[in-house]
Design a protein around this ligand. Sequence first.
Ligand SMILES: [Zn+2]
Ligand SMILES: [Zn+2]
Length: 107
Amino acid sequence: MFCKTCGTLLLPKKTSYGKWMACPNGHSQPEMQQKATLQITPNQPMEKVVVGDSKNFLAVHDHICEKCGYGKAELLEIMPFYSDEDNVIRMKCGNCGKVKQLDGKVM
Ligand SMILES: [Zn+2]
Ligand SMILES: [Zn+2]
């Protein structure tokens, strides 16, 4: 078996991941790498896990946060506890989480 890069005869190489044939000039052999990279490269699986950041995906309503100025907020509507009260509507900032209470009649 010869090196894919320089054609030199491969020599047995012993590493902590196992033993395989390697180029004495240090060229990596594609099919050999596959076994090793499974343990060495941690990049691949992480990308799928990071679906979003700290932003609130329920924050789709236009509302300027008075604290941080973020333009989207999550609508929290709270039904009146007593029948003679108006609905209480709250906007929760999608960025900093500040809740602004709005009077239902103003809407
Ligand atoms: Zn080589
Ligand atoms: Zn905010």
